[in-house]
Design a protein around this ligand. Structure first.
Ligand SMILES: [Mg+2]
Length: 88
């Protein structure tokens, strides 16, 4: 899956894919609000979540490439462990 993210960013460029990520996040916000009002189905919400997850993989690739390390993974690990501690 990460290979597809890398390919997409290399095909269309970091700038275009970042804009696409922003667009997909906005669509998810709208979908969540529409679902709350009963205007769309759960499947439509899931579809928007999938779009965002796909774009997050590409953003992670873009950021990690700039940082020259697995910066997103580091932050994810730190924040997940902090959350786990809060839930203890
Ligand atoms: Mg979408």
């Amino acid at each position: 899956m990460k290979e597809i993210a890398k390919k997409a960013v290399e095909e269309w460029g970091a700038e275009v894919q970042t804009k696409m990520a922003i667009e997909e996040m906005a669509e998810l916000i709208v979908a969540l609000n529409h679902y709350d009002r009963g205007r769309i189905t759960l499947e439509e919400v899931a579809s928007e979540i999938a779009d965002v997850k796909i774009m997050m993989e590409q953003l992670e690739y873009i950021i990690d490439k700039k940082a020259e390390k697995e910066l997103v993974r580091e932050q994810e690990k730190y924040k997940k462990s902090r959350l786990a501690k809060m839930l203890e």
